[in-house]
Design a protein around this ligand. Structure first.
Ligand code: HEC
Length: 101
């Protein structure tokens, strides 16, 4: 039980570290998103393609998070990796958006 609390404390500390959250986004992107988004596969907006992201970014982060979590068009929910935590998928969206504007 004590160990469980220790783990939970460590996990919440982790969540509070913005720098770590950024690398979490990059990690998740590399694991679950770049297969499509590095090349614009199946009509996905390519990371770093400002024109492809401009109008999507305008719809706002909550809409982008919702698309990433639930899927949109040819994109499956969470890029098909449904075991990912919602927070990790959101971090990956943040990462992709930060590289694409
Ligand atoms: C199987 C290929 C594939 C994978 C894997 C994938 N995507 Fe996508 N993604 C797409 C496609 C295709 C679109 C365009 C959907 C559309 O606009 O119809 C898209 C669109 C998006 C958008 C824009 C949504 C919007 O509302 O305009 C976001 C954000 C996004 N993906 C995030 C992610 C994240 C985060 C991951 C990893 C967890 C990921 N994608 C993995 C194919 C993929």
């Amino acid at each position: 039980m004590k160990m469980l609390f220790g783990l939970m404390a460590a996990a919440s500390l982790f969540a509070l570290q913005p720098a770590m959250a950024a690398s979490k986004g990059e990690d998740t992107y590399k694991k679950a998103c770049m297969n499509c988004h590095a090349q614009g596969m199946a009509g996905s907006p390519m990371i770093g393609d400002k024109a492809a992201w401009k109008d999507r970014i305008k719809t706002g982060k909550p809409a982008l998070y919702a698309s990433a979590l639930k899927g949109k068009g040819a994109m499956p929910a969470k890029g098909g990796q449904t075991a990912l935590a919602d927070a990790d998928v959101k971090a990956a969206v943040d990462y992709m958006v930060s590289k694409s504007k």
